[in-house]
Design a protein around this ligand. Structure first.
Ligand code: GRF
Length: 211
């Protein structure tokens, strides 16, 4: 099989509201491995997000539109949608983006938005996936990378990794292990997308690795 042509390189946007460690993991990975894509835009709704600084340090165009509850969600999402369209983005990676995207936004970018969630979906959806699994007393939880559809933490699953919860571990220990798993899992999922190696068939995602 021939190598992948450069002219189908994907333009990637990453949306992050906080620390941005997953953004960093994707930046670092793509320095060493050709993912057939380039992170060209980082967006945050939070002016204090460390993710914005990480983007600037990596010389990636970063923008913030602060969201406050008085704003219209539709107008807010339309502004982001416009920015993403202007930049001809092929893939949007949600990496700790704490706002729900409107269904219009999701329809425009159907099967082109992916998310990382800190549990083995469909268990422990929502904002506190790590804490909820820990408090429930599960012996194993994990990390999921999935396509985004109109329902929260629901779309077809691309990759999952299980993480054991060992006796005596604290919620903080678990959080650390989950983040390590996230940083292992998200970059290759992005690479699969950018190399056109993912096929969605109903709820199932097939990974067709190419040489
Ligand atoms: C991660 O745990 C991710 O699974 C969740 O939000 C967190 C973001 O962490 N969606 P970071 O900002 O990438 O460090």
């Amino acid at each position: 099989m021939g190598s992948i042509l450069n002219n189908d390189r994907k333009r990637i946007a990453i949306f992050a509201s906080g620390n941005g460690s997953n953004l960093q993991a994707i930046i670092d990975y793509s320095k060493n491995i050709d993912i057939n894509g380039d992170i060209v835009f980082v967006f945050s709704n939070n002016p204090d997000a460390f993710a914005l600084e990480r983007a600037r340090n990596a010389r990636i165009n970063a923008e913030c539109i602060p969201f406050d509850r008085n704003n219209s969600r539709i107008e807010f999402d339309n502004k982001i949608l416009q920015a993403v369209k202007n930049k001809k983005i092929d893939l949007i990676c949600l990496a700790g983006y704490m706002l729900l995207l409107s269904s219009d936004f999701i329809s425009e970018y159907q099967n082109k938005i992916i998310n990382i969630h800190p549990s083995l979906l469909p268990s422990f959806k929502g904002m506190h996936g790590i804490r909820d699994a820990f408090d429930y007393g599960v012996k194993a939880t994990g990390v999921t990378v999935h396509f985004v559809d109109r329902e929260l933490d629901n779309g077809p699953i691309i990759l999952q990794e299980a993480v054991a919860v060992n006796e005596g571990e604290t919620a903080l220990d678990l959080e650390k292990k989950i983040h390590e798993a996230e940083h292992r899992l998200y970059p290759p999922a992005v690479r699969y997308f950018c190399r056109d190696e993912l096929r969605i068939i109903g709820r199932k995602v097939l990974i067709m690795e190419r040489n």
